[in-house]
Design a protein around this ligand. Structure first.
Ligand code: HGY
Ligand code: MN
Ligand code: MN
Length: 396
């Protein structure tokens, strides 16, 4: 087979089309399980059918497009088409669109190797069922009791559909995800490709801060029990403690609700989520315990455990295949840990998973101004294409 290359104009056209499926006017909005996510995946199904590939949507909405036999293990690759609120054009969608272009090019070049399968996973971003939902279900990581029936029914889901989406341990030979870095390591080290060695763990605590609602005009300042003032000191403490850590732990309070949330009522209750990430689970748990002890000693709180995703190392074999491709293509690369979570993390449960990062301008992501250059995108897409071939050679 002659040396296949991607056609970056295709990637640009398709990515901008996906970006046009948008429910909002600030940034890109295709929330998990929204009509926009569904429409984007329906468009992808059409593109895959136009390539005469074997296409199907599984029982929870993940879209699969396969080049080659359906009854042999495949090399899989993909990402997600949902976004955060007011998100960027590239997060998730770039990996799916580049996977589509790789399938198109390889089919055009008469590829005859091991089966190749593109997967677009639903519900990767934070959502009531827990992020990386579609890939966790594929890997059998969504267990009975993880999600309430009420929440599942909101998205027309149930445990039997979730279990039906699970793939067997030998379904895939490997899984590869191309993604924007969403940080500034590649930019500051002047590299075009990141080879991901591990994905940080995520642990979330849902904290109910308890105060006492009262009239904002008649309650003296020294007689108040203001839940929002307590929440503010908790948020300050979380940020200060995380900053003082001498490890890679980061901690965020990105979601907060005030009750009754009225201008003339002293806040009685606050619901907030503390998210802790890091590459060492034991350090993360120690840090959380410190927060919990301090909150219990200084405020009235009820704490519920949220999403718990352990950090995972990625496959050495896949890392080496990406490295070999970069060396052959004379592209400078950098080994690195991912602070963001990805569907590849879920797939480590099922097969050898790896990730290719391309640079994010100013390290910005989950923001309308998220940007990666078409030059970096073309380099990344060709590294993805050649890595797929490198992995398929290892099998034949
Ligand atoms: O939260 C994450 O790390 C990913 O962007 N869903
Ligand atoms: Mn994201
Ligand atoms: Mn993503």
């Amino acid at each position: 087979m002659s040396f296949p290359k991607v056609y970056v104009e295709n990637i640009k056209k398709n990515l901008l089309h996906i970006g046009s499926i948008n429910s909002g006017n600030i940034g890109y909005n295709r929330l998990a399980f929204s009509n926009e996510e569904k429409k984007a995946n329906e468009w992808l199904e059409e593109q895959l059918k136009d390539l005469n590939l074997s296409v199907y949507k599984d029982s929870i909405g993940n879209v699969h497009g396969r080049l080659g036999s359906l009854d042999k293990p495949a090399i899989a690759f993909g990402s997600h088409l949902d976004t955060v609120n007011n998100g960027g054009l590239y997060d998730g969608a770039l990996g799916v669109i580049i996977g589509l272009e790789c399938l198109r090019v390889l089919k055009e070049h008469g590829y005859q190797g091991v089966p190749l399968e593109l997967i677009s996973f639903v519900g990767e971003e934070a959502n009531p069922l827990g992020g990386t939902f579609g890939s966790r279900a594929t890997a059998g990581l969504v267990k009975d009791g993880d999600v309430s029936d009420v929440e599942m029914e909101k998205f027309d889901l149930n445990m039997s559909k979730i279990k039906e989406a699970r793939k067997s341990d030998n379904a895939y030979l490997s899984f590869l995800e191309l993604h924007i870095e969403q940080g500034s390591v590649l930019e500051t080290t002047n590299n075009q490709i990141g080879i991901v060695t591990a994905i940080a763990g995520i642990s979330r605590m849902h904290v109910h801060v308890i105060g006492k609602a009262s009239h904002s005009g008649t309650t003296p300042m020294n007689a108040r029990n203001d839940a929002l003032v307590s929440a503010a000191s908790i948020i300050q403490y979380v940020s200060e403690r995380a900053t003082k850590q001498n490890n890679d732990i980061v901690a965020t309070v990105g979601k907060l609700e005030v009750f009754p949330n009225s201008e003339n009522v002293v806040p009685g209750d606050v619901q907030l989520t503390i998210e802790v990430r890091g590459s060492d689970w034991h350090e993360m748990k120690e840090f959380e315990q410190r927060l919990t002890d301090w909150m219990n000693a200084n405020h009235r709180v009820e704490i519920a455990v949220g999403v718990q995703k352990h950090p995972n190392t990625l496959s050495e074999n896949v890392q080496k295949a990406i490295e070999k491709t970069c060396q052959n293509s004379k592209v400078n690369y950098h080994y690195m840990v991912s602070g963001a979570n990805h569907d590849a993390n879920s797939l480590t449960e099922l097969t050898e998973a790896g990730m290719i990062f391309i640079p994010s301008k100013d390290g910005l992501s989950h923001h309308p101004d998220e940007y990666s250059s078409w030059e970096d995108i073309e380099v990344g897409a060709n590294v993805m294409l050649q890595t797929i071939l490198e992995l398929s050679k290892k099998v034949n």
